[in-house]
Design a protein around this ligand. Sequence first.
Ligand SMILES: *Cc1c(COP(=O)(O)O)cnc(C)c1O
Length: 408
Amino acid sequence: MKIPFCLPVIDKEVIDEMMDTLTNTGWLTTGPKARALEGEIRKFTNAEAVLCVNSWTSGAMLMLRWFGVGYGDEVIIPAYTYSATALCVMNMGAIPVMVDVKEDFTIDPANIIKAITPKTKAIIPVDMGGYPCDYDKINEIVNLDTVKSLFRVDSENQRKLGRILVLSDAAHSLGATYKGLPSGKLSDVSVFSLHSVKNITTGEGGAIVLNLPVPFDNEKELVFLKALSLNGQNKSAFEKNQPGAWRYDIIDQGLKVNMPDLCASVGLAQMRRYSSKFLPERKSIFAHYIKEFSKYEWAILPPAKNEKVESSYHLFLLRIKGFDEEKRDAMIQYIGEKGVGVNVHYIPMSMLSVFKSRGYNIANYPMTYQLYENEITLPVYNNLTKEQLDYILKTVIESYKYVITNFK
Ligand SMILES: *Cc1c(COP(=O)(O)O)cnc(C)c1O
């Protein structure tokens, strides 16, 4: 049996929606389909304002630009995440300050406090695997008088907020909840990824969700951000295309990161069925893994649900008790040879060349290393059959036995 690690939903409804864009609307770039997808995400997350863009990375960069984050500034991020969380900061000229995580894979608020300096402009917490961070603590920290008094204002939006921005890396967490609130409502700004491997996809894409406090008007900021995502142009090509509406202005130095309708149509057809079908399906795959792996004392299960938090069931981050990198890698090799695609989320950034060359060192992030060294991510996606799930379980259990008997 061959089971890929990941497969996007491409069914009749997705194809029909995309064909409609291609054949009926005659409009491929940002227009009605992107706006409709934003509407679906707004409804689902109960958000004030949503803007679709062409990736999580570009959405995060857009929001850092919006907040005036640039050269010399610092942004606090967890040491355990995908590299985009750091690269969006570096590409705006600022410095990612990595801090270690907790055993649930999310940023440790105690380490955030220690890392704050007068240069800190933002924190990017990451909802790893779809499991929300400790947002009560994080939001409390940025609002502490001692922390606010350190904050140096360098832009109009920094003056309006008057404190460090909390910009959630919600790349994984569309559909998660924290104390009953949906991901997207947990911090000032959240960015979802709609990349091909995520719960909902547009091929490549992202969605910015605004939840800015007073005195911000989220609707007004959305209008501005829409322009900022179009090179700063205050009308989209679609809007300019209306009779007599040709004149436009470039109102600020923007980026070019808008989402084409061609892509939006794929996500739109998925998003309409997310809460009724695709999210519950992921949840039941998680439940099956949890039920079966609970029988083995060597299996450390990922956090998924408790009285306060519920995951979006994006990544099943299995860990193997007592294993080091060598044994974990041997398990992955065995599983791969049996035809099952698994992965590791993530190689810590401080073990990758670009970050090592800038002085980041894994020795400073012991929990991150501890989580990484024995982690194996199992397939979770819609259309995985019961038979495939059973095969994955059987193979992982076999691979553990194989490694235990062959490696000392
Ligand atoms: C996928 C991912 C991103 C980047 O998303 P893109 O849409 O590919 O830019 C950022 N952060 C995390 C945690 C991710 O998993």
